[in-house]
Ligand binder design. Structure first.
Ligand code: CDP
Ligand code: CDP
Length: 229
């Protein structure tokens, strides 16, 4: 089967990374979580005091972008690569609700997007990649052979993310998670640069009522079709 590029976009907590990891493991593809990169830049901005509850010094972040080195690294048999910021593993920190509460503001900055998109396109030069995010099918890989756009109701998404955070021992409340999901949906779909929209040629999947196994089977069929074209 021909190796292809698979772009998975959609709203927060729709199961994009779950699906992307399932596909990458099954197909022997490289999986890239583009959201992890925006989260790592956000963590950098937080650590350096460029962003907080009521301030965001965009210009200083932009001036500091060349100090930010991002890479993914496989550790053991996790099945996915972990995110490193300036050679430090930040996989756990970037998933916190604090990072989630600032990340969409950082992702609005065009200079940040330019730097990350360039790196993402470089990683995608070899076929056999599945990348998830918000602008993968529209901006990063507009020629991807398969584009999937994931949706699910905000309540389903918030509940799934809340369960996940609770299982990790996070003390966040359901209401905080629900509010964060709604805020990010709004900013991500309304920003001027690369807003979250479904690419014209993307296939939409609402997984509110789909199990992980069912969504995987459905998309694997699409991959098989796209790989034969
Ligand atoms: O996992 P979840 O869907 O909650 O978020 P994520 O994929 O980790 O992305 C975090 C945030 O990064 C999103 O809410 C967007 O603001 C931003 N992002 C983006 O702008 N473009 C991407 N390709 C990926 C993420
Ligand atoms: O990457 P994204 O933010 O879109 O979502 P995710 O991290 O893959 O999934 C969010 C949560 O929903 C995880 O806990 C998944 O296990 C769960 N999920 C689910 O229960 N059923 C699905 N069909 C897909 C994801």
């Amino acid at each position: 089967m021909k190796k292809i590029t698979i772009a998975i976009d959609g709203f927060s907590s729709t199961g994009k990374s779950t699906l992307a990891k399932q596909l990458a493991n099954h197909l022997g593809y490289v999986y890239v979580d583009s959201g992890a990169m925006y989260r790592a830049v956000t963590l950098f901005a937080m650590q350096n005091g460029y962003i907080g509850t009521d301030f965001f010094d965009k210009q200083t972040l932009i001036n500091s972008l060349h100090y930010i080195k991002l890479h993914f690294q496989f550790n053991g048999d996790l099945g996915f690569a972990e995110m490193y910021l300036n050679d430090v593993n930040v996989e756990k920190e970037i998933r916190s609700i604090e990072v989630s509460s600032f990340v969409s503001k950082v992702a609005e900055v065009s200079e940040v997007r330019l730097k990350l998109v360039e790196q993402q396109q470089e990683m995608g030069k070899k076929r056999g990649i599945v990348m998830d995010g918000r602008d993968i099918g529209t901006v990063v890989f507009p020629n991807a052979e398969l584009k999937v756009f994931m949706t699910a109701s905000p309540e389903t998404r918030a509940q799934r993310r809340f369960d996940e955070l609770q299982a990790k021992g996070d003390t966040v409340t359901y209401d905080e998670v629900f509010k964060n999901v709604q805020e990010r949906d709004y900013i991500d779909t309304h920003r001027a640069d690369s807003p979250l929209i479904k690419a014209a040629d993307a296939i939409e999947i609402d997984n509110s009522e789909l199990s992980k196994a069912a969504q995987f089977d459905k998309v694997l069929e699409l991959v098989q079709k796209a790989s034969k074209l």
